[in-house]
Write a protein that binds this ligand. Structure first.
Ligand code: NAD
Ligand code: UDX
Length: 466
């Protein structure tokens, strides 16, 4: 079996950066070069100050510190890294299309195609090309077509190796993956390529956790895994609405049903709605694929998961407006958290953005505190929606670096991200600094209801009557 000496990963984002850092750390005999066209991102990966890495993940900086500039390199020299590599991971973004056919649903594959063409143009020796990005089922066919038609005699094997890490726990997920999925052709060279990639993961994972399948099962499994996970959240969120009007308690319901080993306890936390760069994008993509195959009922079934998520975000915002006597105009509302979940600086599709947007439409004044999200990012997220002018967003929204300051003279605090530090805040001091009645809307169910009520707050949380 061929041995791999040089790996190149195209795309130094939330997946490429952490994944390659772990591979380099666990395979000291392999040189790993992560390349990106975004020079600022590469500069941040190379920053001496490890707190300036472009991705915040618990445990990441320690791993980068151990391996960087030994066998882990971050570079903008894409062609050079492709040329030198035996194995090339494609880990670029595959966002929802914002134009043309499939707009708002299909995955935009232009970056993937650019990578394939770049590899085809540069490669002079045989390569194993690995799809790490999440891709519509059958994309590998397009990649093969591009690579195999160069006529320069270079041989390629295309593998699908989707990533299952979740942000905020990426390093732990990579080190202790439930499974690694490797799809490829069942030809002798396809099998060899699958075994070579399996061997890399077997440096730290037991062999039985590495699953080999055909290409299409692997590509499709990634979309299906995300659809099933998101479906659980939408299912419990739909029940949270019913709990609020019946005096049932969604946490008690989750616990009760999760004890059934056929259901299981994970991913049953009712919330203000799921966010992140994956769930919505991948379900929309699944819906689009089903439609293109004429499977209308299947498409509609999965589309409901998104619809309930939109409903949940809207419901949370509308409850704030209704509870604050049907007007939030000119009222200061403190947002605790902007990231789509705790322990990440990623804000893509965060529920906070959409809750803010609804409240801003009602002329609320929002003060945001998030321990890892910058002011520029908050404004960029709101500007991207194009709901109002950039000036108006800056007039109505302030970003502060102190949660106590955010709550001063506020009518309400809304908890949008479940950062642990919010539980430890001095809520009595917060109460004293707010307008009365002082409202707290807990979109993550992280605070103790009894203590909050005793402190004097009007405390509301998802999935429970007052
Ligand atoms: P990201 O936006 O953080 O990173 C992608 C990077 O690719 C960017 O830095 C971009 O500049 C770079 N890039 C784009 N085109 C390029 C090109 N032609 N050459 C070189 N660099 C290029 O995205 P991400 O969150 O890391 O996601 C990457 C893929 O992994 C997506 O398909 C996503 O669906 C999938 N995924 C993401 C997660 C997650 O938690 N974020 C988890 C599993 C899978
Ligand atoms: C997800 C998948 O979990 C991961 O396997 C895949 O590789 C990428 O997509 P990620 O989006 O990073 O990972 O985080 P995840 O932990 O799945 O959370 C997604 C969203 O769902 C967050 O907004 C989170 O707060 C929310 N969530 C999660 C809930 O509202 N309730 C839950 O019970 C779990």
């Amino acid at each position: 079996m061929r041995s791999i000496k040089n790996i190149c990963c195209i795309g130094a984002g939330y997946v490429g950066g952490p994944t390659m850092s772990v591979i380099a750390n666990k395979c000291p005999e392999i040189n790993v070069t992560v390349v990106d066209i975004n020079a600022n991102r590469i500069a941040a990966w190379n920053d001496e100050d490890l707190d300036k890495l472009p991705v915040y993940e618990p445990g990441l900086k320690e791993i980068v510190a151990e391996s960087r500039n030994k066998n882990l390199f971050f570079s903008t020299e894409v062609d050079k890294a492709i040329d030198e590599a035996d194995m090339i991971f494609i880990s670029v973004n595959t966002p929802t299309k914002t134009y043309g056919k499939g707009k708002g649903e299909a995955a935009d594959l232009k970056y993937i195609e650019l990578c394939a063409r770049n590899i085809a143009r540069v490669a002079k020796s045989d390569k194993i090309v690995v799809e790490k990005s999440t891709l519509p089922v059958r994309t590998a066919q397009a990649i093969k077509d591009i690579l195999h038609n160069t006529g320069n005699g270079v041989k390629y094997e295309v593998l699908s190796n989707p990533e299952f890490l979740a942000e905020g726990t990426a390093i732990d997920d990579l080190l202790n993956a439930d499974r690694v999925l490797i799809g490829g052709d069942d030809t002798p060279s396809g099998k060899e390529a699958k075994n070579i990639l399996s061997g890399i993961y077997e440096h730290w994972l037991p062999k039985e956790r590495v699953l080999q399948t055909n290409l299409w099962s692997s590509e499709l499994s990634k979309l299906v895994a995300n659809a099933f996970l998101a479906q659980r959240i939408s299912s419990i969120n739909s029940i949270s609405a019913l709990c609020e009007v019946t005096d049932a308690n969604v946490a008690e319901v989750s616990k009760a049903i999760g004890k059934d080993s056929r259901i299981g306890p994970k991913f049953l936390n009712a919330s203000v709605g799921f966010g992140g760069s994956c769930f919505q994008k991948d379900i929309l993509n699944l819906v689009y694929i089903c439609k293109t195959y004429g499977l209308t009922e299947v498409a509609e079934y999965w589309d409901q998961v998104i619809k309930i998520n939109d409903y949940q975000k809207r419901r949370f915002a509308e409850n704030i407006i209704t509870t604050l006597y049907n007007t939030v105009s000119g009222k200061k509302i403190a947002f605790y958290g902007w990231a789509f979940k705790k322990d990440t600086n990623d804000t893509r599709e965060s529920a906070a953005i959409y809750v803010a947007d609804t409240l801003l439409e009602e002329q609320a004044e929002i003060v945001v505190y998030d321990p890892k999200v910058s002011e520029e990012q908050v404004y960029a997220d709101l500007d991207y929606l194009n709901t109002r002018s950039e000036e108006e967003n800056r007039k109505l929204v302030t970003v502060v670096n102190d949660p106590l300051k955010a709550a001063e003279d506020a009518h309400a605090v809304a908890i949008l991200t479940e950062w642990d530090e919010f539980k430890a805040l001095d809520w009595e001091q917060i109460y004293n600094s707010m307008f009365k009645p002082a409202f707290v809307f807990d979109g993550r169910r992280i605070l103790d209801k009894q203590i909050m009520n005793q402190t004097g707050f009007d405390y509301y949380r998802i999935g429970e009557g007052k």
